[in-house]
Write a protein that binds this ligand. Structure first.
Ligand SMILES: CC(C)(COP(=O)(O)OP(=O)(O)OC[C@H]1O[C@@H](n2cnc3c(N)ncnc32)[C@H](O)[C@@H]1OP(=O)(O)O)[C@@H](O)C(=O)NCCC(=O)NCCS
Length: 162
């Protein structure tokens, strides 16, 4: 039986383990605890966890970004992961649906998520939930404000397509 709730600071160890599964091995529990505290104070965002049989097995973070050119905001899924042994049981779907509901409560009229090309599971997953791939209509530009911030965290993990 899956249940969802807001993440608490004492979920830090479980959330850190999930972030390691997502591919970010340098997530120390203390740092994740501080980030969860920051998210708890964030008025335009939320972190949720999914519990299966009382154990945290998934997490999603979503934030609401205001549009300027139109009314409303868009919700951006910042992170989503379900523990490998619990995939395929509807946990990810429930997390995304809860993230969408939270985004709706924050005034969002659309949703957005980016996912590395190499994440082969996530693309059919998002499509099955109604997300459309707009990569042929927009390009994603990124830039470091702190030197090396992108390359240290993502460069090796997500190499460019040949
Ligand atoms: C992507 C992820 C969150 C999906 O979570 P999940 O709990 O396994 O997904 P669900 O069981 O809720 O699947 C929902 C639907 O997505 C589709 N789906 C999920 N995984 C799929 C896969 N590997 N291949 C094809 N379709 C898949 C199915 O249509 C499924 O519908 P169904 O329940 O009617 O069969 C999970 O696989 C994961 O954590 N992957 C690694 C991290 C990752 O890629 N995160 C996303 C980063 S942007």
């Amino acid at each position: 039986m899956v249940s969802l709730r807001r993440a608490r600071q004492d979920d830090a160890a479980d959330v850190a383990a999930l972030l390691v599964e997502l591919g970010y091995p340098d997530n120390e529990v203390d740092a994740v605890e501080q980030r969860l505290a920051m998210w708890a104070r964030e008025p335009a965002g939320i972190v949720l966890v999914a519990q299966l049989n009382g154990r945290v097995v998934g997490t999603v973070a979503v934030t609401a970004i205001p549009y300027l050119e139109r009314e409303g905001r868009w919700g951006r899924i910042v992170a989503l992961v379900v523990s490998a042994e619990c995939r395929g049981q509807g946990v990810g779907r429930q997390l995304v649906e809860a993230a969408e509901a939270a985004a709706g409560d924050l005034g969002c009229v659309t949703m957005e998520v980016t996912s590395a090309r190499g994440r082969t599971e996530s693309h059919p997953f998002y499509r099955s939930l109604g997300y459309q791939d707009w990569a042929d209509r927009s390009t994603r530009y990124l830039k470091d404000l702190v030197p090396g911030a992108l390359s240290r965290k993502y460069g090796a993990r997500f190499p460019a397509s040949p």
